[in-house]
Design a protein around this ligand. Sequence first.
Ligand SMILES: NC(=O)c1ccc[n+]([C@@H]2O[C@H](COP(=O)([O-])OP(=O)(O)OC[C@H]3O[C@@H](n4cnc5c(N)ncnc54)[C@H](OP(=O)(O)O)[C@@H]3O)[C@@H](O)[C@H]2O)c1
Length: 326
Amino acid sequence: MNISSDSKFDSLRSQRIYVAGHGGMVGKALVRALQAIGADDLVLKTRDELDLCNQSAVESFFETEQPDCVLFAAARVGGIHANNTYPAEFIYDNLMMAANSIHAAYRANVKRFLFLGSTCIYPRMAPQPMPESCLLSGPLEKTNEAYALAKIAGLKMCEFYRQQYGVHFHSAMPTNLYGPGDNYHPENSHVLPALIRRFHEAQESGQPEVVIWGTGQPRREFLHVDDLADGVLHLCTLPDPPNLVNIGTGTDVTILELSQKIAHVVGYEGKITTNPAQPDGTPVKRTDMTLMHSTGWKSKIELDDGLHRTYQDFLAEARHGALRQA
Ligand SMILES: NC(=O)c1ccc[n+]([C@@H]2O[C@H](COP(=O)([O-])OP(=O)(O)OC[C@H]3O[C@@H](n4cnc5c(N)ncnc54)[C@H](OP(=O)(O)O)[C@@H]3O)[C@@H](O)[C@H]2O)c1
């Protein structure tokens, strides 16, 4: 591994850093990024070793391990079906994980806590692109309300602990992510990994046509998970980070354009057809990146390059029987 000697990360290299949820897609990317800058005092616990919903276990973990910094990428996450069917589990688990960890970190004198959520915290009818200031300005999307409420509580806890105790507890809300470790479940996956799988299978089996859901016209934003990790480490170097900041690319593509790019990466030369009879969802969903850009960070991995890398990761994961299909 290439160790980056960028002096910007000097302060992070010497810290003891707990990556919560290190086995997930985001957690793995954070660990890769930390290792790449030479931060080697990492605290990593699987869910079996530390259930973050268990308050006393979380308190004794923080007392014993005494991390300087926490990158919080643990969450119960899922697609629309899981969110809709199990809202009680989604709100309970995510509230407990956030409340236990933020409070125990404060009591253990953790210097910095970076809490990760997602842009689903913003109102259903948020202005586009979505600025951080639209938080709590309107009703949430019903299908993931439980998850969003728990994440809003977590980010507000960080804000209030910072306001009252002067600690560096702050939050970042990533847009749609993709990259190694993504979920390729045939029905439950997000649109980008689902399309990679569909085009790969169409290519393998010689299908003459791939039909994509809806008109193909909705616009969506996608950030490579390694870019997210880079943005998170950048935020951890700031002496006065924003309480809440979006992390995305600030640019979007239509689903049809995304499909064409994926077909190209996979080498699929058949026909791509839309099915306007199926629902499209929100016409545009994009983050306002003004605040994050003002801190001196921009995403670096272009979508074409990111898709190419991700398809290579997909093939490698499939070859090793490690493709995630939960
Ligand atoms: N993926 C995206 O497109 C995306 C987009 C925007 C924001 N985000 C945000 O990024 C964060 C991480 O997402 P992800 O995609 O990396 O999710 P993920 O792959 O499902 O990872 C979540 C991690 O949390 C752990 N976890 C869950 N419940 C736990 C518990 N009770 N105790 C301890 N650990 C627990 C999981 O452990 P197990 O593996 O043992 O279950 C897993 O390692 C979330 O806040 C999510 O909202 C993700």
